[in-house]
Every structure is written in structure tokens, then in C-alpha cells.
Design a protein around this ligand. Structure first.
Ligand SMILES: [Fe+2]
Length: 206
């Protein structure tokens, strides 16, 4: 018999997923949607040809949306949330500031998805949900243990043993995570448009 007090069980390397709902989500999303309509008219699909998944994205051809007047207030909100994420992670800001590097549009309809990926050379990545219709895909996150050689049967799936976990979004949600965390968008099962703004942040000298 081993006494309980002889055992120490630690949880190390927890993965921080921070979700902030915009306090004026309806108003902000309505303003963003007007500008998004214009972006779609002006911008062809920038989806790289070697992607196996399909969606509309401006990642490669209109990736600085934060410069558009309609995005300014939203970008400030996202930056504030990224700074809060950095505080929880104990970033030493010093004379550096949170910098929004990229900001692009993604639109998913029926059958669209996004393969598993990370965002190299960035600190924090984020996804904001302008439209998240009922039944649309969530945002799938993968554990660093996803490559474990053997997975046993489980009596229940918990945050400790899960290999993947899907966040189910609502419109106005801003989801932030470390850029090294693997994530994907499962196949979207609804024809209604799932509209997101994706972002990458880093710490830069002011
Ligand atoms: Fe991503």
C-alpha cells in the first residue's frame, strides 16, 4: 500500500485559450459586415493553391485589414485582449508593445475547412467571430500529446487526457491562443456563412 501523501501529481504546460466576448458585439459586427462586403467585392480568393482545404481567405492578398477605418476600433479591442493574454502569461513588456502583425478575413460555407496549422514567427494568434451561425464549425485545438504513440481507451475525456478540444463559438467571441498551438477548422456543415477575422500579434519596440 502506497500512502496518498507519498504521491505528487503536477499539471505542467497548461494551454491557455482566452475567449473575450465583445461588449458591443452586435453593433461592431454589423459595421464590420458592411466593410467585409466591400472587401469581398474587391478581393479575389487568396487561398494558396497547395491547400487541400477550401474556403475564402484574404490571408495572402489582403492581410492588413487593421489599416481600414472600419477595422480601427475592432483592432484596438483585439490588441487590448492580447495584452491581457500577455499579462496572464507574465510577458515582460518593458519598452515593447503588443503589435498586430496581420489581420485577414476568412469565410466558410458548406464543406469548407482549414487544415491543422500553427502561425510561425508570431507570439499570439486570434480568431474573431463576426458570424457564427448555428451548427457551424468551431475552432479545434490539439494537445502537444497528439502524437502519443499509444492512446488507451478512456472512461471519460477531460482537459487532462484530451488529444483535441473544439471551441464552439458565438458571434462576437475573440479567441486568443499561443501561436505555437496547433489548430484547425473542421468541415463546416452549414451553408450559412461562418465569417472570421484572424490575427497574429508579437511584442515590438515602440
Ligand atoms: Fe490559424
Amino acid at each position: 500500500m502506497i500512502p496518498e501523501q507519498n504521491r505528487v501529481t503536477q499539471q505542467v504546460f497548461p494551454t491557455l485559450i482566452q475567449v473575450t466576448t465583445h461588449p458591443n458585439a452586435e453593433m461592431v459586427n454589423s459595421a464590420l459586415l458592411s466593410d467585409i462586403e466591400q472587401i469581398r467585392e474587391e478581393t479575389p480568393n487568396g487561398r494558396p493553391g497547395n491547400w487541400s482545404c477550401d474556403l475564402y481567405t484574404t490571408m495572402t492578398n489582403e492581410g492588413r485589414l487593421q489599416g481600414r477605418p472600419a477595422f480601427k476600433e475592432f483592432a484596438d479591442f483585439a490588441k487590448t485582449c492580447a495584452m491581457q493574454f500577455g499579462s496572464i502569461m507574465s510577458y515582460k513588456f518593458g519598452d515593447k508593445n503588443m503589435h498586430l502583425n496581420d489581420c485577414w478575413l476568412n469565410i466558410y460555407t458548406g464543406g469548407h475547412s482549414q487544415d491543422t496549422h500553427v502561425h510561425q514567427n508570431n507570439l499570439i494568434s486570434a480568431v474573431y467571430f463576426v458570424a457564427a451561425p448555428a451548427g457551424c464549425s468551431g475552432l479545434m485545438f490539439y494537445s502537444p500529446r497528439q502524437y502519443a504513440m499509444i492512446q488507451p481507451d478512456l472512461t471519460e475525456i477531460t482537459p487532462i487526457n484530451a488529444i483535441q478540444t473544439e471551441y464552439t463559438p458565438s458571434p462576437g467571441d475573440l479567441v486568443l491562443f499561443d501561436s505555437a498551438v496547433k489548430h484547425s477548422v473542421p468541415v463546416n456543415e452549414t451553408e450559412a456563412e461562418r465569417i472570421t477575422i484572424a490575427m497574429n500579434f508579437s511584442l515590438e519596440h515602440t
